[in-house]
Design a protein around this ligand. Structure first.
Ligand SMILES: [Zn+2]
Length: 283
């Protein structure tokens, strides 16, 4: 599984301009390839200080960025995927689930719960690309659906931070059914007059784009995020057309009305607080 996360290195390179800093963890920017001291990158919310590249963020770190301190209360933390199809490719799905749990400390690819921001309550789901590329298996769909239904009953706004490689192919059609399930729950949330804010991060693709990611009353995206359904190579082959250079980026999609605004990660917390204030559900 390809990782979009910066890989920690134990020592700075000898030619680094920051080699005078105390020895510690360094990371190489995925975009400009310059070395950044881990602490500096963390303080910058994983935005490269050299080139502004927005590195992927683990779910727990994202929750800390968007919620009042210690306000997050997790829902359905114990739901875990089962290998209903007895699926195996280069190893059994059941074994890979266990290995990925150990490696990431996650139970599946989304963390859900309720929290406050500036004391305003909301329901929050955050996807984590490290877990099977944040593919939408049964557990992702079920946890999000339960979260949305809980928010409908409690009259809370829903916020979902997306990142996804698409469907969980190891779960076959069970994975595809999650698109309808999450969309149906959001429709009922909408009919109750409650807002849903989608925050799209790099990369958001496949069935997640084709369901809840594109259903936000307000859809924000981080800069230069890859957002699409199928990849550009497939689209090029199918349509036999030349694609624009910035195709499937936040910058392209905001021009065409698919997303409402590109929000820099440093401004995301304030932007979300403003949305929660404006769309206060008057509990
Ligand atoms: Zn960079």
């Amino acid at each position: 599984m390809p990782s979009f996360h910066a890989r920690p290195l134990q020592n700075p390179p000898t030619d680094s301009p920051r080699s005078d800093l105390p020895a510690g963890l360094w990371v190489k920017c995925k975009d400009c390839e310059q070395m950044v001291f881990q602490n500096i990158l963390e303080e910058a919310l994983f935005v490269c200080p050299h080139c502004d590249y927005h590195h992927p963020v683990a779910a727990r770190q994202r929750i800390a960025m968007l919620c009042d301190k210690n306000s997050f209360q997790e829902h359905d933390a114990d739901l875990v995927s089962v290998d209903a199809l007895n699926f195996a490719d280069d190893g059994s799905y059941a074994r890979k689930i266990k290995e990925t749990m150990t490696k990431t400390g996650l139970r599946d690819a989304v963390v859900c719960g309720n929290a406050t921001l500036n004391s305003l309550p909301f329901a929050l789901g955050v996807m984590d690309f490290r877990f099977f590329g944040a593919s939408m298996g049964s557990v992702v769909g079920e946890k999000l659906t339960r979260l949305i239904e809980w928010a409908t009953a409690a009259r809370y706004p829903v916020v979902i931070v997306t990142a996804s490689g698409g469907a969980r192919m190891q779960e076959g059609t069970l994975s595809l059914m999650q698109m309808a399930k999450t969309s149906g729950a959001l429709m009922r949330h909408d009919e109750a007059g409650l807002p849903f804010f989608a925050i799209l991060t790099n990369p958001t693709t496949g069935g997640v784009t084709a369901s809840f990611a594109s259903l936000g009353d307000v859809i924000l995206a981080e800069p230069k995020a890859l957002i699409g359904f199928a990849g550009p190579r497939v689209i090029k082959q199918t349509t036999n057309a030349e694609l624009p250079k910035d195709f499937q980026t936040s910058e392209y999609l905001v021009k065409h009305g698919f997303i409402d605004r590109i929000t820099h990660r440093h401004k995301l917390r304030a932007e979300l607080a403003a949305l929660l204030t404006v769309f206060s559900t008057n509990r």
